[in-house]
Design a protein around this ligand. Sequence first.
Ligand code: E4P
Length: 217
Amino acid sequence: MKFFIDTANLAQIKEAQDLGVLDGVTTNPSLMAKEGITEHDNIMKHYVDICNIVDGDVSAEVIATDFDGMVKEGEALAELHEQIVVKLPMIKDGIKACKYFSERGIRTNVTLVFSPGQALLAAKAGATYVSPFIGRLDDISTDGLNLIAEIRHIYDNYDFKTQILAASVRHTMHVIDCAKLGADVMTGPLSSIEGLLKHPLTDSGLAQFLEDYKKGN
Ligand code: E4P
């Protein structure tokens, strides 16, 4: 299972990278705005800065919502750095753009996916990644994890190569449940990754080991 961090914050990306378990980064326009990254040139530079910190894929989202605009933006993003994956919204023109990019060997991430039918379309269009938003489904009393299970079932039925990127992950249990369900990737905040470290028996066990060592040394 690949671990992506879901932020545009360079310090957090570096911290996750330094842990040695990071496989990539996802961003979206809201995450970029949260870091105060505005205007075209700054945005493009920030994507390159992220690519220079991590070894893996970096999703960069288009702003256009029409086919021509998405193609123009996506091509410019893909040219920025070999690690860039073009993130496209799950709308009609987004699916057309996904097909366009997949035929040209440009990797894509179809985002804002909330149903198995949308995930099926993304796979048919040759998406590299599909991003079902599990946290946002949970927010409206709908089982986000069930969507991961449904997409896994459908993709396995037909051996689709599109990777299931569980997005809108909010906490460690989402990560563990996504792993159980066979999601290929999860993207979440740094806390959802670092939270996996924690267990009180690890802490008390280590304290005891160190205390016992000190007795004889
Ligand atoms: C990542 O690709 C998504 O944009 C992100 O996971 C959305 O997360 P949120 O629902 O916490 O905003």
